[in-house]
Ligand binder design. Structure first.
Ligand SMILES: Nc1ncnc2c1ncn2[C@@H]1O[C@H](COP(=O)(O)OP(=O)(O)OP(=O)(O)O)[C@@H](O)[C@H]1O
Ligand SMILES: [Mg+2]
Length: 699
């Protein structure tokens, strides 16, 4: 465009023209360009007539601004011209309702779309958005609860749009960003979007946001739903689509001011369910039976016909052991693939690679939703998952292995009906299935409020009592949460996060246990406290059956420490690990039995200990051999791996605000600050107690 000097035609004309042109720029540039324009206009308005030098200077600045406006507008025009033209497979329910869905999106700022599995929500909605011309001024942001889903969905949509992955359709997960400026649809984990909200407070990289699988209700999703609710009035141009399985979609609609709700039917191929319950036994016996049940189920399925098998297990150790048992049991031609959250991207993606051999995939619940793995014809579901859960009684956050809900079991089953019919073997009875809770509790109801508050502070989401949660926690737990954080020194008297709190927020364990660990590092007893802290995160491995209490007490006497229950854990640890060095698994199991110890819980203890060491290592606070790294406060590391496979907390890539760093200044006008800035740090003094009776982290 031509730029006129501020003096030539009256100083306002070029500013008006530029202002109009900014409306054609990329969303992410508009605010910045408008602010610059306003400043220049003020300069021009305040002191006319200008001395020649000042006038020239101003004209040059206006010219530079105009060039930048032109660049952004040209880029947007190019995006408009290159907008992909999607085609739709006509057999998916979402496609059959395409016109209606498109109209609802066009006419409303928010819609909720619920539908059963396989209806086409994940793969078709972004294309419907493209068809509506969304994705031009900003990208279509599309969130998934897990990395593997983000990547594989991006792959599928790119394929359907016939573009190479990373161009029109890209994805971003922790440590790797496969998007480019030309990207229209960006898949990411919900943790990534939450992390982005830290530096893009208005989410201006996007003109449309799709929160997929909202029914999973991880803390990340609940945080996003609250954040977006605050953001929508400030971003009237932003469209939001919430998709959910048919699990109480009304709740989401109500959260967003009774927004329209569309329900679509599912489309899966028939899946036959076979119930093959394991004989009930003790926890340890069942562990044995489980392996046998799995082998029998694989045999049964392969007698039925060829096809790949997907088996759901509760953790990495179970995966390793099942893999070992399967290798012994089957001829070497079978390919056995593990799939869990901590595997690298490449390792995870191997399940999608073509292969000629019969394949068995051993997965945690990362494979439960959103995935379509074409060769999978069979699912074996033992019915368990490891879920993070806070016990109000013991006041500790733990990771028990629990029976999964009916909704989870159905999602698992659904993984084998995506591209052809399948068979799902459940290693429990139909009555057991019927007696299970319908849905998994939302993470916020399973989490210590102190930990929720800590994370909200870390993410600058404002105060928990002012935040628009889909299901707000009760006031008493909030008060207790604040009290705990004060007690731990995680927040100061103004309820602001302290540097210590910043570190606690990054440890994925109960804040009290995290505090013990950090203190131990200062006191030079990290190795010992890591053992004790991990013991406190599992159920007590010492067993005391009703009919053998005296015998059990006698067996446990050797671990006792007269002055400390905590030191008793160390004794027990040393005893077990001393033996584990030279005993086979079955001998170790027998040793545990003889000493009234649960073998399963001993191993859980060991696993959690390993994970804590790893996270401390990532934070630069622990080195193998127990030598601590640099003192706290100096290390800066990515977020630790979350241990609960069902939450993507580990996807939030970095500390959003380091202690001492200044916040971005508030914006003026109606967009007065980030969505939650008004709410932040404003707990009324006196409303919440700042101290509480010291509670020892007992069990
Ligand atoms: N990678 C793929 N390979 C082959 N077919 C696929 C692939 N991804 C999706 N499909 C097909 O498209 C259908 C719809 O998939 P989509 O993921 O969009 O459904 P959805 O409604 O999001 O389901 P869910 O509730 O399980 O997430 C699948 O059932 C499958 O038939
Ligand atoms: Mg989906």
């Amino acid at each position: 465009m031509t730029v006129v000097s501020a003096d030539e035609y009256g100083f306002r004309a070029p500013f008006r023209a530029l202002s109009d042109r900014i409306a054609e720029c990329m969303l992410r540039d508009r605010h910045r360009l408008r602010t610059r324009l306003r400043h220049l206009e003020q300069r021009a308005a305040h002191h006319p007539p200008h001395p020649p030098a000042e006038s020239e200077d101003l004209a040059a600045a206006v010219r530079r601004l105009a060039e930048e406006v032109d660049r952004s507008a040209a880029f947007r025009a190019e995006r408009q011209a290159n907008l992909p033209k999607p085609t739709f497979p006509d057999d998916l329910p979402v496609v059959q309702r395409r016109q209606e869905i498109a109209r609802a999106i066009a006419e409303n700022q928010v819609i909720v779309l619920s539908g059963e599995t396989g209806s086409g929500k994940t793969t078709q909605l972004p294309k419907i958005c493209l068809e509506l011309g969304r994705g031009v001024s900003g990208m279509i942001g599309h969130t998934q609860p897990r990395r593997i889903a983000a990547r594989s969905v991006a792959m599928r949509i790119a394929q359907e749009l016939q573009t190479p992955l990373g161009h029109a359709v890209g994805y971003k997960v922790r440590f790797s960003d496969h998007t480019r400026p030309e990207t229209y649809v960006k898949l990411m984990t919900d943790g990534i979007l939450l992390a982005e909200s830290q530096h893009d407070r208005f989410l201006e990289a996007y003109d449309t946001i799709l929160i997929d699988e909202a029914h999973e209700r991880s803390l990340n999703i609940d945080f996003l739903l609250g954040y977006l609710k605050q953001l929508l009035p400030k971003r009237p141009d932003l469209k939001l689509i919430i998709t959910s399985a048919t699990i109480d979609p009304q709740r989401f609609s109500k959260h967003f001011g009774d927004c329209p709700m569309i329900e679509v039917s599912g489309r899966t191929y028939p899946v036959e369910v076979r119930y093959r319950p394991l004989t009930a036994g003790t926890e340890d016996e069942e562990d044995l039976e489980m392996g046998e049940g799995i082998l029998a189920a694989v045999d049964e399925l392969w007698r039925h016909g060829p096809g790949d098998v997907l088996i759901f297990l509760s953790g990495e150790r179970e995966i390793r052991e099942t893999a070992e048992a399967l290798r012994k049991h089957h001829p070497p031609g079978v390919e056995i693939l593990p799939l869990y959250a901590r595997l690298s991207a490449e390792e995870q993606m191997r399940v999608f690679h073509r292969h000629g051999k019969p394949r068995i995939v051993l997965a945690t619940n990362v494979a439960e939703t959103s995935l379509t793995v074409p060769g999978i014809k069979y699912v074996i579901d033992p019915g368990y998952a490891r879920l993070s859960r806070y016990s109000a009684r013991t006041k500790v956050q733990r990771l028990p292995v629990e029976r999964v809900s009916q909704a989870s079991a159905d999602q698992r089953k659904g993984r084998c009906g995506r591209v052809s019919e399948g068979v799902c073997v459940r290693l429990y009875s139909e009555e057991d299935y019927q007696s299970r809770p319908k849905y998994t509790d939302p993470e916020i109801l399973r989490t210590n409020l102190a930990s929720v508050i800590l994370q909200m502070k870390y993410l600058r989401l404002g105060t928990v009592q002012d935040f628009p949660f889909v299901e707000p926690p009760d006031y008493r737990s909030i008060r207790d949460g604040y009290a705990t954080l004060h007690e731990l020194g995680a927040i100061d008297e103004r309820n602001e996060l302290t540097p210590l709190g910043n570190q606690l927020a990054r440890l994925p364990v109960d804040p009290r246990i995290a505090r013990m660990i950090l203190a131990a590092r200062e006191e030079g007893c990290l190795d010992e406290v890591l053992v004790i802290a991990s013991a406190l995160s599992v159920q007590d491995p010492r067993e005391r059956p009703m009919d053998k209490q005296a015998e059990a007490d006698e067996a446990h006497r050797k671990f006792r420490e007269p002055n400390s229950d905590f030191l008793a854990f160390l004794r027990l640890w040393d005893f077990y690990h001393g033996q584990a060095k030279h005993l086979s698994t079955s001998k170790l199991r027998k040793l545990c039995q003889a000493n009234f110890l649960s073998f399963v819980r001993m191993r859980e203890w060991h696993d959690i200990h390993n994970q804590l060491k790893e996270v401390m290592g990532e934070m630069g606070l622990y080195r193998a051999g127990g030598t601590p790294g640099e003192p706290p406060g100096q290390a800066e590391a990515p977020r630790p791996a979350a241990r609960d496979e069902s939450n993507a907390r580990n996807e939030r890539p970095q500390s959003p605000r380091r202690p001492g760093r200044r916040r971005r200044p508030r914006r003026s006008g109606h967009r007065s600050g980030p969505p939650s800035a008004q709410a932040s740090g404003s707990v009324p003094s006196g409303a919440l107690p700042t101290t509480s009776p010291a509670e020892s982290p007992g069990r």
